[in-house]
Design a protein around this ligand. Sequence first.
Ligand SMILES: [Zn+2]
Length: 330
Amino acid sequence: MHRNWTFTDLDAKIAAEFGDFLPATLFDSHAHLYRVRDMPEPVGALQSEGPANVTPRIWRSRLGRQLGPERLAGALFMPFPVPGADPALLNRRLLEDLDREPGSRGAVIITPNCRREDVEALLAHPQVIGFKPYHCFAPGSDTSQASLREFVPELAWELAHERGLVIVLHIVRHAAWADPDNQRTLLDWCERFPGARVQMAHAARGFHAPNTVRHVRLLASLENVWFDTSGICEAPALVAILRECGHRRLLWGSDFPVSEIRGRCVTVGDGFVWLDGDSVKWDELPALGQPTLVGLESMRALREACETVGLSRAQLRYVFAGNARRLFGL
Ligand SMILES: [Zn+2]
């Protein structure tokens, strides 16, 4: 059985390894919620195999299996952006979920053609603390190579600067943070809008670890840039962030429900591959081992990174909750 959203004996065994590592309180800085019916057909394997309504309650129960439900204090929730979905509908659902989850916060989708008055109306919700721009809302058909300017509207920077909001930034293009256009654009914006706070998702999208390892130093002096660990299953990018930027700027994030995928993401050649049920026929491989869940793989990577740089228990508490509390104003 190699399905997503399951929890096997192996998963339980690996989860138990984290008992002495994890602090008592975890705040998840990167988690997604959705209703399958709000997504355009056909939906991906992760959506079709999981619950129809992915709510904070599901987040707590499923992630709780991996990390202990009593540890989960709250999350920064965001919609699950997919091409062709209606951002206004996804944002409305997020606000409904936040109403029932007062200990959590939300980041709303912002797109190049949104209107200022609509965005300001969303910001009136007291738990909305930032924006989630996403490349799939850029113009054109292949948005995986989109420039930041094509999917992060200047309006997001203006509002974030004025109000101290967070922009959760999932950069794209082949080289991610090693891409000169991404570097120029972000450094320019951070200088023009110093009041905005930037959360570089997925360790500056360091799924190909060297992209982050070699270039994260460029962000070391920018006090308004943070990084989340979500979805990262290898230690090197996390080690580089801790070494160059320090433990006060790294935030643990689960990337739920990506944490429910059975497999992991690995650096390969000049890019990366998600090893999952779509790309790997686990049943046909020589049985040298069984895959576990991305949430557990990424926790292993984070543990390895924290141990490599020698973080103290007190420093770990910042990574797992304290930094998020400060950044999200909790
Ligand atoms: Zn995510």
